[in-house]
Structure formats: structure tokens, C-alpha cells
Design a protein around this ligand. Structure first.
Ligand SMILES: Cc1cc2nc3c(=O)[nH]c(=O)nc-3n(C[C@H](O)[C@H](O)[C@H](O)COP(=O)(O)OP(=O)(O)OC[C@H]3O[C@@H](n4cnc5c(N)ncnc54)[C@H](O)[C@@H]3O)c2cc1C
Length: 437
């Protein structure tokens, strides 16, 4: 639901000369009866729209539109087309580089469009502002779940379908954008179009991973798969990057686990260790066949950690950490993140060189380094920029900058740009961040 603390103010006219919305009539101003109760120019609304999880790009729009129904999306886009105003959809604002901001434009707040329409045997129909946590909550009672869920679920369906949506299940199912059956979209001029792999395919391919630039997703039909009730998670430790990457390749190719991710972790001496996070789902009384899962791996077996969770608890595993980060403050700090997709043959070299120069301080106290493999034959979303190799490694530096230290923040942003350029020069791509680092 729209934030109740954000008060709306009446917006009755558009001033095409001053290019602003206003409640004052003037000879040139255009009345807006169709957008009454949809647009807001209240400071709190404009400030909200100029902020995101990255907290270092801030561009105020001239109005925030809060559609009360999907038809309002069309009304806003049609008006904006006539007056040449840019419209950018935004939902939960977990972007880290201003992707959902609209300098001198209109931000379309999608959060209120969050109706869950129906769950059936292999699909769910939801409005695009629905969070993935709500999707999962609605499908699990039917024994079903979306095949790919991001690590954190409090992001919107429209928001992740606009970037891709990659996770530890992607080595089975590709991106979230590869698991969409149909989309109801408003094109930039406000025309409603239903698109799918067989209808209006050009639009379907442009909007998925289209970063909100080729239309607004109003409603999505998402594929569902049977869900188990439990998850067993194995943390496998390595002190050598080459062995860690080799075992990740084996686990990816053989698809032994349902979910496969990994991290680099600095130990107390500052040296980097590596941790495969491999999870298998099961429904008791059946149990995972452990020997086969771990056979032939080169991890430091004495250091193995095994935990068992319910399936919902596994999928919401970040929620406690997030609650803590919110309480202690770092969640509200700037997050200059770098998410790269590296070609397999460059991964060891780029990761080694990057980590050789990187300390936990460069990441921030709560910063995280993700490394996991993706078989690119499973990805079929044309707008998702991928390396031109059979396998890629996601390499992400999830940095947290101090609250009030612009020098450190700028250094982190510069380091990310340098790393992004290096990755692109080596045939990699930038996922989520600036398109051109
Ligand atoms: C803690 C955290 C964990 C994350 N984990 C993962 C992960 O595991 N895997 C992964 O792939 N990503 C992950 N991300 C990144 C996340 O998927 C993207 O930032 C996503 O876009 C956020 O969704 P949102 O609802 O917050 O979108 P917003 O930030 O509000 O918008 C993001 C983009 O989507 C566009 N957009 C939003 N709604 C629509 C719509 N209805 N139609 C068209 N365009 C729209 C916006 O214009 C913008 O370009 C994570 C981010 C955070 C902060």
C-alpha cells in the first residue's frame, strides 16, 4: 500500500511553460480531471521518489503518480506523452543507482497495485506492485512456488522482472524473466497490450529486463513449480579460489543441489576464504542422499556446516539480518553495489586481482562478496545483457558506505566503475547498475 505517512496534495493543473504541476490556475495551465487523486506534488512524495537503496543518486521528479487501478497507469502515460514528460515506474526502490528515479519527470508508484488474482496448478496472476514475499505466501498453501526467488523477497514483481532476477536457482531455471508466461503492459504512449512468448513477442522481449524503459508492467502471469517443505543447507569452505570455482562448476553442471550460491569471506587476518552455499530441498520422511551430493568435492571437509530449515524459512533467510541492519543503521546507509557477470575463463583472474586489493573496510563492515556460477544456456531473456560464453560467474561487491563520509562513498563508487570497465573489457556485463560503467 502507498506509504500513509506521505500526504498527497491536490494537483489540478499542468503548467506546460514552467513544466510543473500545480494547484494554481493560470491562463496557460492545463486542467487534469482524469488525474485527480492520482498525482502528488507534496514534498514528502517527491523526496521519497528521489531516494533508493543505493542512497547516493537523488533526482526529484515533478510529480509522483499513485495509480489506484491499472487504468490510471494508462491515463498518466497518455497525458505524459502529450506533454513530453518522462514517466519512470518505481516500486520498492531497491535499485542502487537511481534506476527508478525521474529527474523532471513523473515517478509512477506501483506499490498500491498489489492484488493477487489467482493461483492455479502451474501459475499465479499478480499485479506488478506485489512483493515476492506475498507471492510465495499465496502459492505455498497450494504446494507451489516460483522456480526462481531472489535472495531477498521484499522487492516487487515488476521491479525484479525489469532487471532479470537471478539467484541460486538460476542454474536450473534461468532468471525470473525466463519464467514469465504472460504480461499485461502499458506501452510508453499508454496503450494496454498483453504480451507473451507467442503474442506481441517484441514487447514481451523488450520489457523483461527492460529496466522500466519500454513500458510499464501492470500484471504478470508467473510460472509455478511444486515446492518441498524443507531445505538442507551445506556451507562448504575453501582456502583456495581455484578449488572453490572448480567445485561450483561441478555442482552447477551436475545440478546436484536445488540452490547454489557462494561468497568470499575475509578471515580475522584479512585473508580471503570461500564458501559454497548449496541447498537441497526435500519433504520428510524422504531425506537428501548426502553422499552423492558431496562426492568428490575438494572443500575443507572438517569445516562443513549443515543446517536444516523449513522451505519458507530458507526463502526468507535474509529477513532477520535485514531487521538487524535496519535496527543498527547500516540498512539506511549508502550502498554502492557492483554486480557483474564474468565470462568463466576470466573469473578466476578478475576475482583474484580484485580481492588482492580489497579489504573488508573497502566493502564496509557489513559488505558482502557474492560469487556463483550460471549456465547461460538456461537464460533466454533477450534484453538481459550476458557474456557470450557458456558459463558466467556472478561476482558482486555489495558495499555499505559510512553514513556521513562522502569521500569514502565516492571512492567506493569510483572503484566500482573501474571494476565494471575492467569486466566489460574482458567480455563481462554489468548486472543491475549503470548500463555503461
Ligand atoms: C537487499 C537486496 C537483495 C537483492 N537480491 C537480489 C537477488 O538475489 N537477485 C537479483 O537478481 N537481484 C537482487 N536485488 C536487486 C533487485 O532485484 C533490483 O534492485 C529490483 O529492481 C528491485 O525491485 P524493486 O521493486 O525494489 O524495484 P525498484 O527499485 O522500485 O525499480 C527497479 C527498476 O524496475 C523498474 N520497474 C519497477 N516496477 C516496474 C513495473 N511495474 N514495470 C516496469 N518497470 C518497473 C524501475 O523503473 C527500475 O528501473 C537485490 C536488491 C537488494 C537491495
Amino acid at each position: 500500500m502507498p506509504d500513509p505517512t506521505i500526504k498527497t496534495s491536490p494537483v489540478l493543473y499542468f503548467d506546460p511553460v514552467g513544466r510543473r504541476f500545480t494547484d494554481q490556475h493560470s491562463p496557460d495551465s492545463v486542467p487534469l480531471p482524469e488525474l485527480d487523486h492520482v498525482l502528488s506534488i507534496a514534498d514528502a512524495a517527491l523526496d521519497w521518489a528521489a531516494e533508493d537503496y543505493g542512497r547516493f543518486e537523488h533526482h526529484r521528479p515533478i510529480a509522483v503518480a499513485r495509480p489506484g487501478c491499472v487504468d490510471d497507469i494508462g491515463a498518466v502515460l497518455r497525458f505524459a506523452t502529450i506533454h513530453d514528460i518522462r514517466v519512470v515506474p518505481r516500486a520498492e526502490g531497491h535499485s542502487t543507482a537511481g534506476q527508478a528515479q525521474a529527474p523532471a519527470g513523473i515517478v509512477l508508484d506501483m506499490r498500491g497495485l498489489n492484488t493477487m488474482h489467482r493461483v492455479s496448478a502451474d501459475r499465479v496472476v499478480v499485479d506488478a506492485g506485489t512483493r515476492w514475499s506475498a507471492v510465495l505466501e499465496a502459492t505455498l498453501p497450494h504446494g507451489l512456488a516460483p522456480p526462481v526467488l531472489t535472495d531477498y523477497l521484499e522487492m516487487s514483481v515488476g521491479g525484479t522482472l525489469s532487471v532479470g532476477g537471478i539467484s541460486g536457482a538460476s542454474h536450473h531455471f534461468g532468471a525470473q524473466t525466463d519464467n514469465v508466461l504472460e504480461l499485461d503492459v502499458y506501452t510508453a504512449d499508454g496503450t494496454p497490450v498483453t504480451c507473451s512468448p507467442t503474442a506481441n513477442t517484441h514487447l514481451f522481449d523488450a520489457v523483461r529486463a527492460g529496466r522500466g524503459r519500454h513500458g510499464v508492467i501492470a500484471r504478470a502471469t508467473l510460472r509455478l513449480v511444486p515446492a518441498h517443505t524443507h531445505a538442507r543447507c551445506y556451507h562448504l569452505w575453501y582456502d583456495r579460489l581455484d578449488r572453490f570455482l572448480a567445485d561450483q562448476r561441478t555442482l552447477m553442471t551436475e545440478r546436484r543441489f536445488d540452490h547454489l550460491e557462494g561468497q568470499a569471506k575475509a578471515n580475522t587476518t584479512g585473508a580471503w576464504n570461500y564458501r559454497i552455499e548449496a541447498t537441497t530441498y526435500f519433504t520428510p520422511p524422504a531425506l537428501p542422499a548426502e553422499e552423492r551430493l558431496l562426492d568428490g568435492l575438494a572443500d575443507l571437509r572438517h569445516a562443513i556446516e549443515v543446517t536444516e530449515l523449513t522451505y519458507p524459512r530458507f526463502q526468507t533467510r535474509l529477513s532477520e539480518d535485514v531487521a538487524l541492519l535496519r535496527r543498527l543503521g547500516p540498512w539506511q546507509h549508502p550502498h554502492p553495489w557492483s554486480n557483474l557477470l564474468l565470462p568463466d575463463h576470466t573469473a578466476e583472474h578478475i576475482v583474484t586481482e580484485t580481492l588482492a586489493d580489497l579489504t573488508q573496510t573497502d566493502l564496509g563492515d557489513t559488505g558482502v562478496v557474492l560469487i556463483y556460477p550460471l549456465p547461460l544456456e538456461r537464460f533466454r531473456t533477450p534484453s538481459l545483457a550476458l557474456p557470450d560464453t557458456p558459463t558466467s560467474f556472478l561476482f558482486a561487491l555489495l558495499r555499505t558506505a559510512p553514513q556521513d563520509d562522502p569521500d569514502v562513498l565516492h571512492q567506493m563508487v569510483d572503484d566500482n566503475h573501474r571494476l565494471g570497465r575492467r569486466a566489460v573489457a574482458a567480455g563481462g556485463t554489468v548486472y543491475l547498475g549503470d548500463i555503461n560503467p
